[in-house]
Design a protein around this ligand. Sequence first.
Ligand SMILES: [Zn+2]
Ligand SMILES: [Zn+2]
Length: 334
Amino acid sequence: MRTAILDEPGRFKFTESSLPGAPGPGEVLARVLTIGICGTDLHAFEGTQPFFTYPRVLGHELAVEVVASGEGVTEFEPGNRCAVNPYVTCGVCAACSRGRTNCCAKMSVIGVHTDGGMCDQIVLAAKQLYKCRTLAPAQIPLVETLGVGIHAVGRAAARAGDRAIVVGAGPIGLSVIEFLKLAGADIGVVEKMPERLDFAARHHNLQRYYPSHEEARQEEPSMLVFDCTGDKPSMEGSLQLLQQGGTLIFVGLINNTISLFDPDLHRREATILASRNSTPAEHHRVLDYMESGRIDVSAWPTECAAPAAMGARFPRWLHREAGIVKAIIDWSAA
Ligand SMILES: [Zn+2]
Ligand SMILES: [Zn+2]
């Protein structure tokens, strides 16, 4: 089978090897259909992903089709299309035992810490798969992306009428907007890329949209501020958009120190939350929303590329090429 190995930053190597063997007890052998590309993949390609080791087979946002089930796996039939939960968690640490598996102390992410789905077939633990009924293969990898959004909005406990603002309108910012909308929040957006700002504002019919923090500061502050940028100046500046008594949620992350002027924090009695990954229960809810049509992300500016194009396209996606919010690899393409 064909496998794409990220051999070192900036270089994919394609290899031919034998197919994985039969699935063991509790496992499923699956064919890879599509792979979503996110910031983690792009930073691994760039060589700036913390704690990342090479060579590595990327691919953690996956759509797969079941080929065979191992002993004890009864819930899947060959041909079933599935989303994949890439977070392998220990189940026993302090976080896991409180149901907060998204921040498991021993978290291992398929396609980040272990080899992922950039290959024709993969063996996965059956418990990591979610059966999809109606979603197209190009939509399925977005279950993971949207999971980050549903978790962040849950952390913020957003309610109808809450004044909220989302900083950064990439895939994570758009995911947060989807769930704020379901919660009935009053949503604003800050995004410096004109195409992304325009898409978020038009697609969601938002009346509050700004190209910078400075412009957003002209309006009344928000009770909920979601920073989805992973950008130091943005994360530091987002506190200025927060209302007295409000909550600032860092959804995007950065491998750096961020500083906040304490009087700005104290004057507001601000609550600051980090939001990381998502849980299986949230993945199931996302899948229900997508399959019932209550969330439809098919209009997102997406590029679907063949594996052979990755070497050329990754640098462009990394530098946020205008007009593309999300990249998907169609693994079945030549
Ligand atoms: Zn991802
Ligand atoms: Zn754990």
